[in-house]
Each structure stands twice: as structure tokens, then as C-alpha cells.
Design a protein around this ligand. Structure first.
Ligand SMILES: [Zn+2]
Ligand SMILES: [Zn+2]
Length: 430
């Protein structure tokens, strides 16, 4: 294909309109135009934007693309949403919250039942089959009265629980403190504090996992360090080293932690100085076995694509190897609904740190969940179910907006003031 810049070189980047291509002396801002054919997109100037459907663009070489690079004015149009609709069976069950639970701030699923965090600090264990509900602990973690929201994100209490239901953690998302609690005794095993350095920009980094028969808690010790500790004793198991051996990490602020379903990998949805969002992932067993000295040589850490000013994005594992990031685009100002699927086993030819992107498609928006190899997304209109291999929507449950995933019972849960609604994800596979 001939390039509109006339150079004998491979095409590079998104196609450009002629006005942008010619403006190398003083690059002009662009609009990212999705044509509606798959995820095809191109860069248009302000004039061409007004007639986007008929605007003419062409490909250029890498040098000419870089010479015109400029700020984005945002995205216009949307990527295509591929439809492969089939009936989605199964009823959505509605449960009233237990009497006496008060205002429920958050819930978390364990094999010992659903835990509820009440606004008065009580942690309750709820057997949704029998309806039995018991107080098991009380937290003193509280959002400071003078907490200011960051970019519209309020500090808020968040509940986590270990898979076996023996330990819970209450933390302040976009805040700096929390605690791990032994639910058999109600005692705090680990007081948490993340040093407060830009902590308002991210949910409190925290995840439970299991390793060699122990329950471990991973948490943000400082802005650039994730530590794994024994949930029962607080003893350190492994840490991300800082200093000379970690120069590649010198600017990473860790964010929400997303363990893979079986706990062999983990992703941190963090951001890097200047700022740009950049999710990183690494292998857990070699790190938890080898300790801090195993970093970085044994953990196979990987860098997902950077996105200017954008993090706290949907992140979910389809399985132990495939990670999905929500949103298409490389800049906060041009993000559009969509999903990008990466295979951590395969790295790019041009950069061994970068996993291969194996699928990219438009449509998915809101919270992301995964089960049975399918992607579930919960947005204003309801739940959408996607085949992440072909990138198509399989069906919709209008009005069902899950907030949590219970992988133990195979259910998506919608927690609201009026109760808990739940639906079996296995219905999507038939
Ligand atoms: Zn133009
Ligand atoms: Zn060129």
C-alpha cells in the first residue's frame, strides 16, 4: 500500500488526514475517529472532524507519524460492537439483607459464607442459604472526617476476605490505613498503613492468596512496594525490593491488586510518574517461595500498555494466562468502551516485557468480571456477556448490575441498599 507521505517504508500508527500529515512544522491536535468497522480508527483535524464520515485519510511511515504527533482532542465515533446474541437463561434471585445488618457498605464472598461490612464497623457472616447471620468481628478503621476526594474518588471502606473465610481485611480505598482481622478471635493480626504517598490516587492495594498451605495477604507497604505477609502472624514472606536492584520500578505507584483465579499471577493497576497508568503483572509462586531475592529474575514480570492519565481501570483475569484491560485508547481523553486481551505467556518480538495483545474489541464498559472463559461487564444498562476470543456480545441481562463476583458459588452479586441480587454465571455457558 502506498503511503501518503511518499516514503518507501512500512505503514506506522493510525492513518492521518492530509492536514495533519502536512503540518509537521507545527503539529496540530487530532481527534481519534472510530469508523465503526471493527476497531479501525484514524486521526482527523478539526476541519475533517466535521465531515468525519467522508474524510479521507492515509497511512504514513514511522518518521512522518512521529513528526505529526500531538495532543488528542478526544474520540469521535465508537468501535463496532459485534453481536452474537443467544438467549441467556437463569433467574436473578433477590435476597433481603439480614435484619439488623444496618447500612451495608461492602460484601465479600468466602467458602464460609458472604461477609458483610456494616457502617457501624461490624463484620457479619451471612449464610445466604439458611439466612443465618452472625457478628464475627468489629473494625475500627474509619474514613477520616477531613478526607478530600481525589479526581472525584471518595475515600471509602472496602472489605476483603480470604478464600476460607478465616481472615478479613478492612481498608480505606484511596486512603492510607486498614487492618487484617482473624475472624475466629476478632483480633487484628496486621495493622496496615501504606505511607500515604499519593495514596488518594488508588484503591488500597490489597489481596489475599494462598501459598503452601498458608493464607497470605499482599498489601502496599509503601507507594512502590507490595509486601506478602502471613495473614495469621504478619510475618513477611516476600517483598518487591527497592533501591539499585529495582531501578525499573523507581516510578511505580501500586494500585488495585488483581490475583488470577488460581493465584499463580497477580496484576497491579498502578501508575507511573508523569503520570500514566500502567498495569504490571508477575508470577506469584516463585516470588512467594524465593522471597524478595527472587525479584526480578524469577518472577517473569510484565508491563501492559501505558495510558496517559488513566488507571483505576477494569482489570480481570480470564484464566491464569489471559488478562483483560478495560477501555481502548492511549490517553484518558480518548478512552472508549472496549476490551484488550493479553496473553502473558507470549511476549512481543520488539519488547520482551510486553505481553502479546491477542484480542481487541469494542463495547465492554463498566465493571469487569470473568468466569468460564467468558467476560461479564456491568454498566448502567445492565450485564453484558462477551466471548473474548471472537470479541462478540453473547447476550444481555437488562437491569442487572453486579458489583461483586462470588467465584466459590459461581455467582455475580449486585449489592444495593435494597438487598442482594444474584445470578449463576454457568447459565451463560449453555
Ligand atoms: Zn484534516
Ligand atoms: Zn513518511
Amino acid at each position: 500500500m502506498a503511503l501518503i507521505c511518499g516514503h518507501d517504508a512500512p505503514a506506522y500508527g493510525d492513518p492521518l488526514c492530509e492536514h495533519i500529515r502536512a503540518a509537521t512544522a507545527a503539529p496540530i491536535d487530532h481527534y481519534l475517529h472510530y469508523t465503526g468497522r471493527g476497531v479501525e480508527r484514524r486521526r482527523l483535524c478539526g476541519l475533517c472532524r466535521n465531515e468525519a464520515a467522508t474524510a479521507v485519510t492515509g497511512a504514513v511511515c514511522e518518521d512522518c507519524f512521529d513528526a505529526t504527533d500531538s495532543s488528542t482532542r478526544g474520540a469521535i465515533g465508537r468501535p463496532q460492537t459485534l453481536e452474537a446474541a443467544r438467549p441467556i437463561p437463569g433467574t436473578i434471585e433477590t435476597l433481603a439483607l439480614p435484619e439488623g445488618a444496618g447500612t451495608v457498605l461492602d460484601c465479600a464472598a468466602s467458602s464460609a459464607g458472604i461477609l458483610l461490612l456494616s457502617a457501624d464497623g461490624r463484620i457479619l457472616r451471612w449464610d445466604t442459604d439458611t439466612g443465618a447471620c452472625t457478628d464475627v468481628a468489629r473494625t475500627t478503621v474509619a474514613v477520616p472526617a477531613d478526607a478530600e476526594p481525589w479526581a472525584g474518588r471518595e475515600q471509602a471502606l472496602r472489605l476483603h476476605v480470604s478464600r476460607d473465610g478465616a481472615h478479613a481485611a478492612v481498608v480505606i480505598d484511596h486512603g492510607r490505613t486498614g487492618e487484617v482481622i482473624d475472624l475466629a478471635t476478632g483480633l487484628v493480626t496486621i495493622p496496615l498503613e501504606n505511607d500515604g504517598y499519593y495514596s488518594s490516587t488508588v484503591p488500597f492495594s490489597l489481596a489475599f492468596t494462598e501459598h503452601e498451605g498458608r493464607t497470605l495477604v499482599l498489601h502496599r507497604r509503601t507507594w512502590r512496594t507490595i509486601e506478602a505477609a502471613d495473614a495469621a502472624t504478619g510475618a513477611e514472606v516476600a517483598s518487591i525490593p527497592i533501591g539499585e536492584t529495582a531501578s525499573a520500578w523507581s516510578g511505580c505507584f501500586h494500585g488495585a491488586l488483581h490475583p488470577s483465579p488460581a493465584g499463580t499471577r497477580i496484576a497491579s493497576d498502578g501508575w507511573w510518574w508523569h503520570p500514566y497508568g500502567r498495569t504490571v503483572a508477575w508470577n506469584l509462586p516463585p516470588w512467594l517461595t524465593g522471597g524478595t531475592d527472587s525479584w526480578p529474575k524469577d518472577v517473569d514480570w510484565a508491563l501492559l500498555p501505558a495510558c496517559e492519565y488513566h488507571w483505576n481501570r477494569p482489570v480481570v483475569w480470564l484464566d491464569e494466562d489471559r488478562l483483560v484491560l478495560g477501555g481502548l485508547g492511549d490517553d484518558e481523553d480518548e478512552i472508549v468502551p472496549g476490551a484488550r486481551v493479553f496473553d502473558l505467556r507470549t511476549r512481543r518480538d520488539d519488547d520482551a516485557m510486553r505481553p502479546a495483545e491477542i484480542a481487541t474489541f469494542g463495547g465492554p464498559d463498566g465493571r469487569f468480571f470473568a468466569a468460564h472463559g467468558l467476560l461479564f461487564t456491568s454498566a448502567v444498562a445492565g450485564l453484558d456477556i462477551w466471548d473474548p476470543v471472537i470479541g462478540a456480545r453473547l447476550g444481555t441481562l437488562a437491569g442487572f448490575r453486579p458489583t461483586h463476583h462470588d467465584p466459590i458459588r459461581g455467582e455475580l452479586l449486585e449489592l444495593s441498599a435494597s438487598g442482594l441480587r444474584r445470578w449463576q454465571t454457568s447459565h451463560a455457558t449453555v
